[in-house]
Design a protein around this ligand. Structure first.
Ligand SMILES: Cc1cc2nc3c(=O)[nH]c(=O)nc-3n(C[C@H](O)[C@H](O)[C@H](O)COP(=O)(O)O)c2cc1C
Length: 201
C-alpha cells in the first residue's frame, strides 16, 4: 500500500505514520511553571539532534504545559524512562489542569537538579538538564502551520545513577529503555548487540 498523508487515504482505522517511526525514545519532561509549580509529562516526539553541543528536543501538539513552562523559564529536564517507570510515566500523561503536579499524581518524588531549577524524578536512571535554545514553529510545504511546536534545548548537565555504569560504559541492558511504538504499543530495549563500524577503502 501507499498513501498521501495530506489526503488521509490510508484506508486503515488509524494513521500508521507514528507506528512506522518506531521505537521512539520517550523524553519524560519535567519543568517548573512561572509560579514555580512542578510539571511532568512524557513526550515520544523526542530525540537528540546534536552532540556538540548536546541538543535534545521534544515536540508538543500545541502549547501544552511542558512547552509553556520551557518557554517561560528557559529550562527543562529530560528524564530517561526505563521499563520499570512505565506505570508512573503513563500516569503522568493524564490531562491534569495547569498547576497540578504530575509528580504527586504519579506518586513520584522530586530531586534537585544541579544547573537548572526544574527538578528531576527521584530515583531516575539518568536525566538531562536543559536550557532552551529555540522554540521552532513548523509548517508544511503549503505553508500551513503544523499543530506541533518543537522545543530544543542544550543539555548543560547530565545526571547518571552510578548503578547504571558498568565497565566504564552505560549499562544499556540494565537501563532497559522504554520506547513508544504506534497506537498504544510500547517496547523495552532487551535485545542488545554490538556492531563495529566497517573500514573504508
Ligand atoms: C508515551 C507517551 C508519549 C507522548 N508523546 C507526546 C508527544 O510527543 N507530544 C505531545 O504533544 N504529547 C505527547 N503525549 C501526550 C502528553 O504526555 C500529554 O498530553 C500530557 O498531558 C502533556 O502534559 P503537559 O501539558 O503537562 O506538558 C505522550 C503521551 C505518552 C503516554
Amino acid at each position: 500500500m501507499q498513501y498521501e498523508p495530506r489526503l488521509r487515504n490510508h484506508g486503515l482505522p488509524h494513521d500508521p505514520f507514528k507506528a512506522l517511526i518506531a521505537p521512539r525514545p520517550i523524553g519524560w519532561i519535567s519543568t517548573l511553571s512561572k509560579a514555580g509549580q512542578p510539571n511532568l509529562a512524557p513526550y515520544s516526539f523526542f530525540n537528540a539532534f546534536s552532540d556538540r553541543p548536546p541538543i535534545v528536543g521534544f515536540s508538543s501538539a500545541g502549547m501544552k504545559d511542558s512547552a509553556i513552562n520551557a518557554q517561560d523559564t528557559g529550562e527543562f529536564v529530560c528524564n530517561i524512562v526505563m521499563k520499570s517507570d512505565t506505570a508512573a510515566m503513563s500516569q503522568s500523561s493524564a490531562p491534569y489542569p495547569h498547576g497540578v503536579s504530575e509528580f504527586e499524581k504519579a506518586g513520584l518524588e522530586m530531586e534537585a537538579s544541579r544547573l537548572v531549577k526544574a527538578p528531576r524524578v527521584k530515583g531516575i536512571a539518568a536525566a538531562f538538564e536543559c536550557k532552551v535554545t529555540s522554540l521552532v514553529p513548523m509548517h508544511g510545504v503549503a505553508g500551513n502551520d503544523a499543530t506541533y511546536v518543537l522545543v530544543l534545548g542544550e543539555v548543560v548537565n547530565i545526571y547518571i545513577d552510578d548503578d547504571f555504569i558498568k565497565d566504564r560504559r552505560i549499562d544499556s541492558a540494565k537501563m532497559n529503555h522504554l520506547a513508544r511504538l504506534g497506537y498504544m504499543e510500547y517496547a523495552a530495549v532487551e535485545n542488545i548487540f554490538w556492531l563495529d563500524r566497517p573500514q573504508g577503502g
